[in-house]
Design a protein around this ligand. Sequence first.
Ligand code: GDP
Ligand code: MG
Length: 162
Amino acid sequence: PLPVLAIVGRPNVGKSTLVNRILGRREAVVQDVPGVTRDRVYYEANWSGRRFIVVDTGGWEVDVDGLDKRVAEQAEIAVELADAVVLVVDTTVGLTDTDEAFVRVLRRGKKPVVLVANKADNPQLEAEASTLWSLGLGEPHPVSAMHGRGSGDLLDAIFAAL
Ligand code: GDP
Ligand code: MG
């Protein structure tokens, strides 16, 4: 079976945009408003000849319960099914309590985690990413999923983790 990479993070941090960047095509639904994504969440990716499955966990953002419960569920399912997990944080917003809730769940799981500081669209924002070392998840990878900045280095880190 192909290795499975799960993309987790708060609504609106750019998970689906990152999935599309990894796929090299626009299949995951990108939305300006956080909410329920009722699209397919599994995609087959092929990056320089390496095939793997990408899971956009935004599809599980069903807004029925409290946010914390959703976070825990999204992260726990991701840890269970994935070989490696990408945690996406929004560099323009900085760390939130919800981001830290993800970190707690991911730390309990034993899967490798690749930390992405998304929306690092320019060198100033890229520099902000270094504050994420404080999460204890290793090197933060500044990326602009929208523009492609940093995505090559990120994929190298992903392949090292998968
Ligand atoms: P998701 O809810 O985590 O899946 O986030 P989406 O991928 O739907 O993106 C949410 C919003 O953030 C959309 O308006 C995207 O265009 C925007 N976005 C995603 N990535 C970037 C980025 O790298 N830079 C900027 N400036 N905006 C981004
Ligand atoms: Mg999404």
